[in-house]
Design a protein around this ligand. Structure first.
Ligand code: ADP
Ligand code: MG
Length: 355
């Protein structure tokens, strides 16, 4: 590697999202991976932490968060944050970055906003573009496109900007759910992540509180028929050619895969999942189709349900900035497919450069 200029990776994390803490954990893993002996020969990392007010911190302070020297939500800049200030990038040194690696889960990041902002720097980034990110984040639009392509999904209803304070509206929504879907149903904000704002509803009396909870996050709500399912995930990397990882299955002790079971419990992950090879093949094909349909490339994790009673595959969602925490499925899937975390982050940069 002597004589080859090292690439400077701009690692962006934190952010204005309800997945702020997860983003910090993901960034810690990726930061370590770029700083491994092997990757240090090719890369340097410049960290960019966005605090919960949306203010960007300089790289020295950002790096201190990644190595645990300062607490993420007690930064000096945040204490003096002025809500009137719009120059949120003041003092931030972008110049040396060669490739961006935005690890902002959820809204104000994964939804395409960071991709739009970074486009102005004219530097490549790890992940897909604005459209794929925005649609991948919006469950309603994502499902609409999947259903246009007849990709298999659970039955669902969409409610947009309904006035839940109005009695007639409430009755109309409850009646429609009772008429068209079977219990249990899952009520979800169209834009969220990490299961935040989602409720599993088992009877009529729980419908309204669930709609209200979802509406606190997004006025656009999805209501899905809940099935007894196995949860299956597939990693995707690539550009013009998308590659699939091994297929993984996650089992948890709770009733469904809610926030706590995603991040605080000992889930059982099986890779490769014990599924009929014919079904595995189909899952991989649908994973690629779903990414193509939404113009998603770079990297993504496609999540499926496998209905227990019928073994039917149902496409759940595509995550365009999947978790990279120590317990996250995406790096595990690729490890089982022959790329350890150090190789994976390097590969993602190569993909962004079309190497
Ligand atoms: N239709 C459904 N049937 C059964 N379980 C569901 C259904 N929808 C969601 N779930 C459960 O809720 C979890 C979170 O839902 P998901 O739509 O993936 O939201 P998020 O984007 O927050 O991960 C799923 O992993 C699953 O455990
Ligand atoms: Mg999910």
């Amino acid at each position: 590697m002597i004589g080859v200029k090292k690439k400077c990776i701009g690692l962006i994390f934190g952010g204005l999202s309800n997945e702020h803490e997860i983003s910090i954990s993901s960034a810690k893993t990726v930061f370590q991976a770029f700083n491994s002996e092997i990757n240090k020969q090719r890369f340097t990392v410049k960290a960019f932490y966005i605090n919960k007010d949306g203010d960007w911190l300089d790289s020295d302070s950002s790096e201190k968060i990644l190595i645990g020297v300062i607490e993420n939500n007690k930064t000096i800049k945040q204490e003096i944050f002025n809500p009137e200030k719009i120059n949120f990038l003041e003092g931030i040194e972008f110049q040396n970055v060669d490739v961006w690696f935005p690890l902002l889960h959820g809204f104000n990041g994964e939804d395409g906003s960071i991709h739009g902002l970074l486009r102005f720097t004219k530097k490549p980034l790890v992940g897909c573009g604005i459209i794929g990110s925005a649609i991948g984040m919006d469950k309603i639009l994502m499902k609409t496109i999947f259903s246009n392509l007849n990709l298999p999904q659970v039955n669902y209803l969409v409610f947009q900007n309904e006035d839940l304070k109005c009695k007639e509206v409430k009755n109309k929504l409850v009646n429609e759910i009772l008429k068209k879907l079977n219990f249990p149903v899952f009520v979800k904000p169209s834009n969220s992540g990490s299961s935040l704002g989602i409720s599993k509803v088992i009877n009529e009396s729980e419908i309204l509180p669930a709609l209200e909870k979802a509406q606190e996050i997004d006025p656009r709500i999805l209501v899905e028929e809940g099935l007894e399912v196995r949860e299956i995930e597939c990693g995707i990397i690539g550009n013009s050619k998308l590659l699939t990882s091994e297929i993984g299955e996650v089992k948890y002790e709770s009733d469904w895969y809610d926030y706590d079971s995603k991040y605080y419990s000992n889930n059982k992950i099986t890779i490769p999942a014990e599924i009929d090879p014919k079904i595995i093949k189909e899952i991989k094909e649908i994973a690629i189709q779903s990414c193509r349909a939404l113009n998603i490339f770079g990297f993504a994790r496609v999540d499926f349900f496998l209905e227990k009673s019928s073994n039917k595959i149902l496409l759940n969602e595509v995550n365009t900035i999947p978790g990279f925490t120590k317990n996250s499925m995406f790096p595990m899937l690729w490890k089982a497919s022959g790329l350890n975390i150090e190789q994976l982050v390097a590969k993602l940069v190569d993909i962004s450069l079309d190497l």
